[in-house]
Design a protein around this ligand. Structure first.
Ligand code: SDX
Length: 427
């Protein structure tokens, strides 16, 4: 029996055979790369929900079982035993670092955490209330002008340098813009502090006062960054790969990924969670909004619930819930916001509308609450998502470059427009 499927066109009885490619984990795929030349038809898959767009060894997700693994390590084990930079190293170097390797990696990131001073002038080009995601997208595209005008990156050493630079500079860019937007003096990276702690230091410190940083806050932020590090071929990663397939500059690929992540259906949902909880306001109002979320004629959706792939509890949300509870036992969080969030989760986990549609809390539900407790400005939540996701995006871009033949991403369409314009002869 051949490892293939046979398709029969019932209109004329014609049969077509397509090979099955087996995975190491999860579903096999039917290779339809030659579907059009073979059948003269395209396949149609709105939102690519049943389409594999690449081969990858980086991240595995099982949506039904709620499984997430990075290069074979479960997210639960990584969250329990490792830190964000361990996972960054794992994603970029295909293995977890030894103690010595991690030490040098940390040092390499520290020495790359500064940005060219001319970049700071860019901030003044933005209006006061510019959304930080728009600024970050522009900054990353601008970074490409400081490194290698030509696009022909053709060796892994160059890739790794580009990746380390971007991972290292994201916290500085984010903190610098925040300080600039508030009219505060810029606080430069302190090379005696760890990667995650340094971000909170750059956000909170003032020349005249000791910065107040609790260990649990650094740990909570480190968890948020780790749990956002990579997530298979989601909308923004697909964007990075799509732009990468044209051989564009990697930083323009990442800038495009930031644009995709910004949407509230994707990485903008963590900001949406808090804004929604604040809009609902009280536990008494929750039922009214649950009703709106269930109403097909109402565009209102519960932010932080549902997922394209997870039809089970998002494993990251489970880890973050534990972290959220640990954090709020040590620092104060808006009690009312928490009560509203707990009431929504309690209803959603029992109400048939949500249960029958497998709508569970996703990564954004609890990350929004943690970032709020860390006093990160709400409109910067997606920026923190980017800070966590950059290593994943760069690992996916590097994997794309390492694959022998990069085919430019060029889907087709089901054309439903006019056959020809009757006006052609009259114009
Ligand atoms: C991320 O892909 C990734 O991996 C993304 C991500 C990553 O790490 O990169 O995991 C990060 O983006 C997480 C998702 C964050 N987004 C939100 O929390 C926004 C709220 N969620 C929804 O917008 C929605 O659930 C999506 C966009 C996340 C998923 O959309 P789908 O899979 O296209 O869901 P669907 O539209 O097919 O919904 C199926 C049904 C529909 O109802 P019916 O037509 O069956 O009657 O569920 C309903 C939807 O109306 N539904 C919701 C809902 N999400 C889906 N109803 C109320 N509230 C919601 N949140």
């Amino acid at each position: 029996m051949s490892n293939s499927v046979t398709l029969t066109d019932n209109r004329n009885g014609k049969q077509y055979e397509f090979p099955i490619l087996d995975s190491t984990l999860g579903p096999s795929v039917i290779d339809i790369s030659n579907f059009y030349p073979t059948t003269g038809m395209f396949t149609f898959d709105r939102g690519y929900t049943s389409t594999a767009m690449c081969r990858s060894k980086i991240t595995f997700i099982d949506g039904e079982k709620g499984i997430l693994k990075h290069r074979g390590y479960s997210i639960e084990w990584l969250a329990e035993n490792k830190n964000f930079l361990d996972v960054v190293y794992l994603l970029l170097n295909k293995k977890l670092p030894t103690k010595e390797e991690l030490g040098s990696f940390k040092q390499e990131l520290k020495t790359r955490s500064f940005i060219n001073e001319k970049m700071i002038r860019l901030f003044s080009a933005f209006p006061d209330k510019a959304h930080p995601m728009a600024v970050l997208q522009a900054c990353v595209a601008t970074l490409s002008t400081y490194y290698s005008r030509d696009m022909n990156f053709d060796n892994p050493i160059e890739y790794m340098e580009l990746a380390k630079r971007l991972v290292a500079k994201m916290p500085t860019l984010a903190a610098f813009y925040y300080r600039h937007s508030m009219g505060y003096p810029l606080i430069y990276p302190d090379l005696d502090r760890g990667f995650t702690e340094n971000f909170l230091y750059m956000m909170r410190s003032f020349p005249h006062s000791r910065v107040d940083l609790k260990r649990i806050e650094v740990k909570a932020l480190d968890s948020v960054l780790m749990l956002h590090a990579d997530h298979e071929q989601n909308a923004s990663t697909t964007t990075v790969r799509t732009v990468g397939s044209t051989h564009s500059h990697p930083y323009s690929c990442i800038s495009a990924g930031i644009g995709a992540l910004w949407g509230h259906a994707h990485g903008g949902a963590n900001e949406g969670v808090i804004k929604q909880l604040e809009m609902i306001g009280t536990v008494e109002n929750v039922d009214k909004y649950i009703k709106k979320a269930k109403d097909k004629n109402d565009p209102f959706r519960l932010m932080g619930f549902g997922h394209r792939v997870y039809k089970n509890y998002d494993p990251r949300a489970r880890v973050l819930k534990k972290m959220r509870d640990e954090l709020i036992s040590e620092i104060d969080i808006d009690e009312n916001l928490l009560k509203v969030a707990n009431r929504i989760e309690e209803i959603a986990l029992n109400d048939d509308y949500f249960v029958s549609r497998n709508l569970y809390p996703n990564v954004d539900f609890n990350s929004g609450l943690i970032l709020k407790a860390l006093k990160i400005p709400t409109d910067m939540f997606a920026v923190l998502f980017v800070m966590g996701r950059v290593p994943g995006w760069m690992a996916q871009w590097m994997e794309l470059k390492e694959q022998d033949t990069i085919k430019i991403v060029r889907p087709r369409q089901l054309y439903i427009g006019p056959k020809d314009s009757l006006n052609e002869n009259n114009e």
